[in-house]
Design a protein around this ligand. Structure first.
Ligand code: ACO
Length: 440
């Protein structure tokens, strides 16, 4: 029997040793007697839908267990704000059809204006353009400039995706913001929703580091398949520049900031653009890549009285106020994990789709390191001219990297209607997964 776990938390990283989501969920699973958990993720608004479990349920049980109206009720019921501030509930009828497919109808992306080159970094740490380019393929990365945020990039990317999809903001009924670096610990999706005018949408964050977009894509498709949702906006956005130690040459060379967005639309099951998928996680690998909570030493009067121990300023023993440590990574281990695990999930997703590597038009991996892209494509025997790569210009943009690269490939005419693309995300948690999709 298969088991599924969801950790609904806005403070997941506050658990000791917590890699924000997946590790919390993984620790829960480790503490339970259940075996072989399949998929862990954290949903910031406390709303969960199962990917495989919805996939496997019968139509009637989906209708009763995953009602979109109950989801909307929970989002609207807890407000302490005045009535004028609460948007009117949607009056559009929800026709709860199940078993439908998802079509990819629009994409968009946005990057910060501030560009940092390898030469710029070599003035700060002991490195060189040559070392970074040879070991990673990266030459430039964009990082947030003043006034730019994860929310503003997400809004810009989403506007472009909505325009391409020819979908009005008010017709979006679900907005998923896949990010590990929200502007607000409680989640930034509702702010993106507000800025876009998606007044009929439920919006919440989903956190799974560099796998976030693939997990968000599958989650969105399950809401369409089992929840009666029509138009879903999935955004991958991250600003790891806020968590990188810019004096650590082992990590600061890799990351950049960006956002990418995709609009999914409900279609008949026979037109489903999601052909197969496979998602995995393993909290045991969290030690190799994490941004952990770092309790802030108490400098208040009461704190001083505690002789240096960390408190929150009270005499009662309570949790200390927390901030986050810088990103810590064992690059070699993450590299080994990626080149071993990513081909496996792609092959599993291809098998579910009834396809082989020969059927693929494009391989679109999370843009972490050119050597990882090369190694995975070699293992899958996919020629290099079918591998989408733009990390030279942006570095590793975490959850944004796949939709950013997809958007560039679609707008430049590389990816054409009907093309089959194998996507795969991998990263902290550890989490990894693949989705085989057909571009509309
Ligand atoms: N410039 C110059 N020298 C460097 C630099 C640098 N920026 N960084 C490390 N070195 C040195 C090291 O000190 C070491 O020197 P030594 O041999 O004298 O000890 C030497 O270069 C080799 O270092 P390695 O760490 O072995 O280099 P490696 O070839 O493994 O490349 C890298 C390091 C680029 C980090 C690589 O391991 C990698 O890309 N790993 C995958 C990381 C990844 O994809 N992470 C993101 C996952 S996504 C997410 O969820 C956030």
């Amino acid at each position: 029997m298969e088991h599924y776990y969801y950790c609904c938390s806005s403070t997941g990283r506050m658990m000791q040793q917590g890699g924000r989501i997946t590790t919390v969920a993984a620790r829960l699973s480790a503490a339970s007697a259940a075996s072989s958990p399949r998929f862990f993720c954290k949903l910031a608004a406390g709303v969960a839908t199962s990917s495989k479990s919805l996939h496997n349920l019968s139509s009637s049980s989906i209708s009763s267990s995953s009602s979109s109206s109950s989801v909307r009720c929970s989002a609207a019921s807890s407000s302490a704000v005045t009535e004028q501030e609460v948007p009117a509930a949607s009056v559009r009828p929800v026709i709860r059809r199940v078993g439908r497919g998802s079509k990819l109808v629009g994409c968009g992306s946005a990057v910060p204006t501030n560009i940092i080159s390898n030469d710029d970094l070599s003035k700060v740490v002991d490195t060189s353009d040559e070392w970074i380019a040879v070991r990673t393929g990266i030459r430039n990365r964009h990082v947030l400039a003043e006034g730019e945020t994860v929310t503003s990039l997400s809004v810009e990317a989403s506007k472009k995706a909505l325009e391409m999809a020819n979908v009005n903001p008010e017709d979006i009924d679900l907005l998923l913001l896949c990010t590990s670096t929200p502007d607000d610990l409680f989640g930034s999706a509702p702010q993106v929703q507000k800025e876009l005018g998606c007044c009929n949408a439920l919006a919440f964050d989903l956190t799974a580091a560099c796998s976030g977009f693939v997990l968000g894509l599958i989650t969105a498709s399950r809401f369409i398949k089992g929840g009666g949702y029509e138009n879903v906006l999935v955004i991958g956005a991250d600003a790891l520049s806020r968590y990188v130690d810019w004096m650590d040459r082992g990590t600061c060379i890799l990351f950049g900031d960006a956002a990418g967005a995709l609009v999914l639309q409900a279609v008949g099951d026979d037109q489903d653009s999601l052909l197969g998928f496979n998602l995995r996680s393993d909290g045991g690998g969290q030690k190799h890549l994490h941004v952990r909570v770092d309790n802030v030493p108490d400098t208040s009067h009461n704190g001083a009285a505690t002789n240096g121990t960390k408190t929150n300023g009270t005499v009662i023993k309570l949790p200390a106020r927390a901030s986050y440590d810088c990103l810590q990574m064992n690059g070699k281990e993450v590299f080994r994990f990626a080149v071993r695990a990513v081909p496996q999930v792609i092959e599993a997703a291809l098998q579910e789709a009834g396809l082989t590597g020969a059927n693929l038009d494009w391989l679109l991996l999370h843009q972490a390191n050119q050597r990882i892209l090369d190694s995975v494509s070699q293992r899958l025997e996919i020629p290099t001219d079918k591998v989408i790569s733009n990390l030279c210009n942006y570095g590793n943009t975490s959850a944004a990297s796949i939709p950013l690269a997809l958007d560039e490939a679609v707008r430049s005419g590389l990816v054409q209607p009907g093309h089959i693309v194998a996507t795969a995300g991998f990263g902290a948690g550890l989490t990894w997964g693949s989705a085989i999709v057909r571009w509309s």
